[in-house]
Design a protein around this ligand. Structure first.
Ligand code: ADP
Ligand code: MG
Length: 261
């Protein structure tokens, strides 16, 4: 469903050229849930921007559902880290969720039905007419997730979406994302720098090196599909995977080759 082929991204030119991504190569199968982890500054956001067609790679390519990405691909939705900036403050929650649907050729009735369904899905059924600034951070991020799923994407990309919410809200949002993935079968690529979060959420974790970045390792998360915050996190297998991933990230951090081109 998602292929990243030898992607390289160099920012700038001449003396100030900086090679953020050197050779990133991996793929995500239809219906899979993959977490992408890597040290801060390893180019995770850069990679997602290239995948979402918001930025062109220097070399290499991204293929979404069989089509090479040259601009924002149809069927792909992106949830950003800064929920505060991703919703329009002058639109109500239902209007925010409806906005991207206007480019799909749907009747108004069908659009409204999808908005209602998506808001119900994330537990915001009663908040349809609120403005984003009237809601907590966790609720705003749920609204951003509702907007993404109302679009019924084949691929969902999420860039550290829960980095700015408190621990309890974060746990709830993690379970929400797992549930949505399970129920809707959306191919999901979730970026996080949180090791526990990556193991809790993913079926597979892709570990990036520091810049200039390559895929350092892929780790299969062989935990049961049904997960919950208490049982899963106290599973000895969870601890072993967490340990393994932690060691891998430490390795990634010390590997700091000069990224200057
Ligand atoms: P991450 O999301 O993993 O923290 P980023 O993709 O944001 O990493 O950044 C990767 C590297 O590329 C960083 O060193 C960052 O400073 C650099 N970078 C990001 N955006 C730009 C830009 N527009 N111009 C130049 N360098 C950039
Ligand atoms: Mg980032």
């Amino acid at each position: 469903m998602l292929e990243v082929n030898h992607l390289q991204k160099v920012y700038g030119t001449g003396d100030t050229a900086f090679e953020a991504l050197r050779d990133v190569d991996f793929s995500v199968a239809k219906g899979e849930f993959v977490c992408l982890v890597g040290p801060s500054g390893s180019g995770k956001t850069t990679l997602l921007k290239n995948m979402a067609g918001l930025m062109a790679p220097t070399t290499g390519s991204v293929v979404v559902d069989g089509r090479k990405v040259t601009g924002p691909p149809k069927g792909l939705a992106l949830v950003f880290q800064e929920y505060g900036r991703s919703l329009f403050p002058w639109l109500r929650v239902d209007e925010n969720v409806e906005l991207p649907l206007k480019e799909l050729r749907l009747s108004r009735t069908e659009r409204r039905a999808r908005v209602t369904e998506a808001l119900e899905h994330v537990g915001l059924g009663a908040n349809a007419h609120s403005y984003p600034w009237q809601m907590s951070g966790g609720m705003q991020q749920r609204a951003a997730i509702a907007r993404a799923i109302a679009y019924r994407p084949k691929v969902l990309l999420m860039d550290e979406p829960f980095a700015a919410v408190d621990a309890q809200t974060r746990a709830d949002l993690e379970d929400l994302v797992r549930r949505i993935w399970d129920e809707l079968g959306i191919t999901t690529l979730f970026v996080t720098h949180d090791i526990d979060e990556a193991v809790y959420l993913a079926e597979r974790v892709v570990v990036l090196s520091s810049s200039p970045t390559f895929v350092q390792r892929e780790l299969i998360v062989d935990l049961p599909r049904d997960r919950d915050q208490l049982t899963t996190r106290s599973d000895p297998r969870f601890a072993a995977l967490r340990h393994d991933l932690y060691a891998e990230i430490q390795k990634a951090k010390v590997n700091t080759a000069d990224a200057r081109v």
